[in-house]
Design a protein around this ligand. Structure first.
Ligand code: ATP
Ligand code: MG
Length: 256
């Protein structure tokens, strides 16, 4: 089982849009996928039409009083399950903090899922917190959407520096440009130059496309609703890159 997280300290950069599309594409390739919506805003749960409610809330899950299995819901798509968010997730930091080994609690919670899933995708809220630290410790591949600006490049450097200070396992980082607007010179320059300079920046960038914005109206990943669209093509390229980098291509597909 591999774990991929979409993460950025910044909000509104395309984390959820990426998580739902990668989850759908992986599931349609036959991987058994669980998408865990860790954001109290519950946007991923909304997009998959799953009610954002976890019995006992985030506290019971983190404390292990409620097995993670119990809170998992099916989606409308084969091989794709969802662990919905809940508004109580706004306090996940507090609940994590009261655990022993508070930075690796999430990783422990994922262990029993190894038999059931090939891939767990974590959709994170925008923050840098104990929850994000947990995500970094639990993840094999961190997908970091970046808006092409000089400040976002700095954010990436800060993130990779933070991760390089970890003892033991460190997640691999794959940043990619999101909401790229090629009409803007600065966007073009940054998006063309950085992937050449840095191996942890993907060659594929996701442009700003209205089909992606419309996902919240259709309440479905664009890769499922409009598989022939330009948007779907870009997400498929990103999924291929993520699949290779996370070594998921070496996992035999067991789903039927
Ligand atoms: N490439 C894109 N082109 C156009 N719109 C996009 C693109 N990616 C995301 N959006 C839209 O921008 C908004 C924010 O995207 P999204 O929810 O994926 O960001 P996020 O990083 O998860 O935000 P948050 O930090 O609030 O969780 C959404 O309305 C989404 O549909
Ligand atoms: Mg989000």
């Amino acid at each position: 089982m591999k774990v991929i997280a979409t993460y950025n300290i910044k909000g509104g950069v395309g984390k959820t849009a990426t998580a739902v599309n990668i989850a759908y594409l992986a599931a349609s390739d036959g991987y058994r996928v669980l998408l865990w919506d860790l954001d109290p805003q519950a946007a991923a749960s909304f997009l998959f039409r799953v009610r954002p409610k976890v019995k006992g809330g985030g506290k019971a899950l983190i404390a292990g009083r409620r097995p993670v299995d119990d809170a998992i819901k099916a989606t409308d798509f084969d091989n794709l399950d969802l662990l919905p968010a809940d508004f109580t997730y706004r306090n996940l930091d507090l609940h994590l903090d009261s655990e022993r080994k508070s930075a690796t609690r999430l990783r422990s919670l994922l262990v029993p899922l190894r038999r059931e899933y090939d891939l767990v995708i974590l959709d994170c809220p925008p923050s840098i917190s104990l929850l994000s630290e947990n995500v970094l410790h639990a993840t094999d591949l961190l997908l970091v959407p970046l808006i092409p600006t000089t400040l976002s490049v700095r954010t990436l450097e800060q993130l990779t520096e933070f991760i390089s200070g970890f003892d033991g396992k460190q997640p691999q980082v794959l940043a990619f440009f999101s909401m790229l607007d090629r009409r803007k010179r600065l966007h073009r320059e940054i998006a063309d130059e950085l992937p050449v300079k840095r191996d942890d920046v993907a060659a594929v960038a996701i442009p700003a496309l209205s089909a992606i914005e419309r996902m919240s109206l259709q309440r479905a990943p664009v890769t499922a609703a409009s598989p022939r669209s330009q948007a779907a093509r870009y997400y498929r390229d990103l999924w291929q890159e993520a699949r290779t980098r996370s070594r998921l291509d070496q996992i035999a597909i067991r789903a039927s």
